[in-house]
Design a protein around this ligand. Structure first.
Ligand code: PPS
Length: 293
């Protein structure tokens, strides 16, 4: 731990990690996946909570409406690798889930996903967000979340982000690793935060078709209303206000929910340096992001 009580970053199987995501590793690695489990995978701050709420409503909104008003999202969709002292372990919460399917969240890079999920041929929804907005969101999250490493100032933070010295490792390897996996493993739906912002209804239809769910236009419209940014921000079961380790006075979990907020953070010089580095890091990938819409 660092002096402020913040966790320290270390190398874990080639990825920058903190103890809160590795302390329960044996159980994570040996997690017994079921064929109908649905894994929601993202680099941190790419839209995990948004897609988790959408999937929870699509599957259980009609038959178990009390779920959405009584259980915080991190209990409905457990975070597989989390092992923070004051919070239930992700593997235990997942084992306790009585729903079918089980919706499970992870931020692990593709090479660290427990083998059970591949063996069971589970469906996986990956959400990616453009690097600049992702970095801004992660910076504010690290400021307010006491179980994340201290981010330092914005200028030093972007350097760390570019070097991959952020929890769960380099954004670049995460998004491209999952993108490549999708080329050979057909049960991955690769989504973009920017597309969700542009047309949530259309992206919900993509989700439904991937998952083989039939919903009416009215149902989808009602879900779309429930998962709009302002609705989720005001909803204590979706906005993380019930979790003890975050200081919303520093920054709320539901912060801005926009594409292009990076323009309020990057200086011209930072942007040029970031673009140059990005070009190098992403030159072998066909993956394309939108930094504005
Ligand atoms: S976490 O901690 O990794 O699970 O965070 P994650 O949920 O992946 O990402 C948080 C960012 O997503 C934004 N968000 C939304 N944007 C638009 N609409 C909705 N409904 C929504 N829900 C969450 C959230 O505000 C964080 O982004 P920033 O840019 O910080 O606002």
């Amino acid at each position: 731990m660092e002096p402020e009580g913040r966790p320290k970053l270390f190398d874990f199987q080639g990825v920058s990690m903190i103890n809160y995501f590795t302390d329960n590793w044996e159980k994570v690695q040996d997690f017994r996946a079921r064929p109908d489990d649905i894994l929601i995978a993202t680099y941190p701050k790419a839209g995990t909570t948004w897609v988790s709420c959408i999937l929870d409503l699509l599957y259980f909104g009609k038959d178990m409406p009390e779920r959405q008003t009584t259980l915080p999202i991190y209990e409905r969709v457990p975070f597989l690798e989390i092992a923070v002292p004051q919070i239930d372990k992700g593997t235990e919460l997942a084992d306790q889930l009585s729903t079918s399917p089980r919706l499970i969240k992870t931020h692990l890079p593709v090479q660290l996903i427990p083998k059970g999920f591949w063996e069971q041929n589970c469906r996986m929804v990956y959400v990616a967000r453009n690097a600049k907005d992702n970095a801004v969101s992660y910076f504010h999250f690290d400021r307010m979340n006491m179980v994340q490493p201290e981010p330092g100032d914005w200028n030093s933070y972007i350097e760390k982000f570019m070097e991959g010295k952020t929890v769960f490792g380099p954004w670049y390897d995460h998004v491209t690793g999952w993108w490549e996996k999708k080329q050979t493993y057909s049960n991955i739906l690769y989504m973009f935060y920017e597309d969700l912002i542009e047309d949530t209804g259309r992206e919900m239809e993509r989700l439904c078709s991937f998952l083989g769910l039939s919903t009416t236009a009215e149902e989808r419209e009602s879900i779309r209303g429930g998962v709009q940014f302002d609705a989720m921000k005001a909803n204590p079961m979706a906005n993380y206000s019930t979790i003890p380790v975050m200081d919303f006075k520093i920054s709320p979990f539901m912060r801005k929910g926009k594409v292009g907020d990076w323009k309020n953070h990057f200086t011209v010089a930072q942007n040029e340096k970031f673009d140059e580095h990005y070009k190098q890091r992403m030159k072998n990938s066909s993956l394309a992001f939108r930094t504005e819409i």
